[in-house]
Write a protein that binds this ligand. Structure first.
Ligand SMILES: Nc1ncnc2c1ncn2[C@@H]1O[C@H](COP(=O)(O)OP(=O)(O)OP(=O)(O)O)[C@@H](O)[C@H]1O
Ligand SMILES: [Mg+2]
Length: 232
């Protein structure tokens, strides 16, 4: 990657707005996410973090504003199925409660996005295994999800989020269901994937241990994003 390309934000959002009835949840929120950066968005419960993440990730259309990523000036100007295809190639997701298919092994679950996109199952499972190895989960690749701990499942979901080689990984409260030790492990992996894979990692969370591990912290306050400065 050239230096110029590395400087270019992987995501740029401008003027996002969203009201629910009388309530203004987003009112002119701007955000830039860079390659290789882990960015935390913090705010009290109900401040609109998930609403923001859904708008940024092309999952739920905001009432106003633009979101640029994946070569699109505004992903919200796309229609279905283009937006779904764009999301599939550019975005990975890590949620508080990762959803896995119970009847598939962990490796097969991690391979699902590749298989859906047309990769042969054998090759896809091989790629999934490589990623699971990198997250220290190689020995669990042939187990079923029900046999893994919450922390192991969350790390497997990070591997799954990377399997399509996305430019951006969106995380909504990725440590919300984990104890302190597993939170640390998961945050460490998110930090590492920003550095090692050069992806932009955007984490919305109220967990302070996540903020300190991130490169930048933005606070969502009255519908706008305000920089908190670099974390120590
Ligand atoms: N589809 C919807 N219809 C009506 N109100 C909604 C909808 N989605 C969210 N809200 C409201 O918007 C506000 C922001 O919700 P959001 O889920 O984005 O907050 P959050 O910061 O993610 O909260 P938490 O930290 O609890 O996850 C809340 O008051 C919520 O009730
Ligand atoms: Mg939320």
């Amino acid at each position: 990657m050239t230096t110029a390309a590395a400087m270019e934000p992987v995501l740029t959002a401008r003027g996002l707005s969203q009201n629910f009835g009388e309530r203004s949840v987003l009112s002119g929120a701007d955000l830039e996410l860079r390659h290789g950066e882990a960015l935390a968005v913090v705010g009290v419960s109900g401040s609109g973090k998930s609403t923001l993440l859904y708008a940024l990730a092309g999952l739920r259309q905001p009432e106003g504003g633009t979101v640029a990523w994946g070569g699109h000036d505004d992903v919200w100007s796309l229609r279905e199925p283009e937006i779904t295809l764009a999301r599939r190639s550019t975005c990975g997701f890590v949620f508080q409660f990762p959803a896995f298919l119970d009847d598939l092994t962990v490796a097969a679950n991690v391979a699902v996005p590749l298989v859906v996109s047309g990769t042969r199952p054998r090759g896809a499972r091989g790629r999934a295994r490589e990623l699971l190895d990198r997250f220290g989960l190689g020995p669990l690749a042939d187990n079923y999800p029900a046999t893994l701990s919450g922390g192991e499942l969350q790390r497997a979901s990070i591997a799954r989020a990377l399997v399509m080689e996305p430019g951006i990984v969106f995380c909504d409260e990725p440590t919300g269901a984990l104890d302190e030790k597993n939170s640390e492990l998961v945050v460490g992996e998110l930090r590492r994937i920003a550095e090692e894979f050069g992806v932009g990692v955007l984490i919305v969370t109220h967990d302070p241990s996540v903020w300190t591990a991130c490169d930048r912290v933005l606070r969502l306050d009255e519908g706008r994003l305000v920089e908190e400065g670099s974390a120590p």
